[in-house]
Ligand binder design. Structure first.
Ligand code: PEP
Length: 244
């Protein structure tokens, strides 16, 4: 189902004291007053703190990755079922930092999305091209390959995912895709997903989204919301994006 959604990705940032302030601001200030949902994906050690702080609020929470395995000898991994025990609604999978720094393939990303669904979580599956790929005119080919792998791995269950288009060259760089550039790729993804039987998947844009540029991105017909990194650590910026 297509919904308006803004998700924060804290990455490996935070601490008990700073989290408490940020989470309290979100819980106090966000009343779900616009037709857009709000969520934060926090580092796994802070799930209990997040659940306690946001439990009675309309703000949802999630993790930034899950194991593709259900349980077992996978030192350091966190399973989707473990995240679900802490009330998580979302699990980011296939973030470009995981693909690049941890060698996660399209196949692994699809398996992680499947593991998240098995545990009752909504996967936020990230796709996006590197700068060199964009410059070679390969954006369409790359994101199509990535989304096709998701469809191949999940079949009909892809309709339960959120897909985030995050051009790698726009993540943490301050360089945002223009609304037209984002819309081009979102329209392509929506068409591809429609061909696979599900055109109404929620599509987020991610890459240096701020309160100042969110409104023009959200005005695009196929942009349903945003996955927000750096700006999600600042309550004013993050709430500004949610209200844009
Ligand atoms: C991200 O990490 O998913 C992201 C979009 O980061 P930023 O907003 O900082 O570019």
């Amino acid at each position: 189902m297509r919904i308006g959604l803004v998700v924060g990705n804290w990455k490996m940032n935070g601490g008990l004291a700073s989290n408490a302030k940020l989470l309290a601001r979100l819980a106090d200030d966000w009343r779900g007053e616009v037709p857009r949902r709000l969520a934060v994906c926090v580092p796994a050690p802070y799930l209990a703190q997040t659940q306690a702080a946001l439990g009675d609020s309309p703000v949802a929470w999630g993790v930034q990755d899950v194991s593709e395995h259900a349980a077992g000898a996978y030192t350091g991994e966190v399973s989707a079922a473990m995240a679900a025990e802490f009330g998580c609604r979302y699990a980011i999978v296939g973030h470009s930092e995981r693909r690049r720094l941890h060698g996660e393939s399209d196949l692994i990303v699809a398996a992680k999305a499947g593991a998240a669904l098995d545990a009752g979580l909504v996967p936020i599956a990230c796709v996006g091209e590197a700068l060199a790929e964009r410059e070679r005119g390969e954006t369409g080919r790359v994101v199509t390959r990535q989304v096709d792998a998701l469809v191949a791995g999940l079949g009909d269950r892809v309709r339960e995912c959120v897909v985030a288009y995050e051009p790698v060259w726009a993540i943490g760089t301050g360089r945002t895709a223009t609304p037209a550039e984002a819309e081009d790729v979102h329209a392509l993804l929506r068409k591809r997903l429609a061909e696979a039987g599900t055109g109404d998947v929620t599509l987020l844009y991610g890459g240096s989204v701020k309160a100042a540029n969110a409104g023009s991105l959200f005005a695009m017909p196929d942009v349903d919301g945003a996955l927000v990194g750096g700006a999600s650590l600042d309550a004013d910026e993050f709430l500004g994006i949610a209200r844009a």
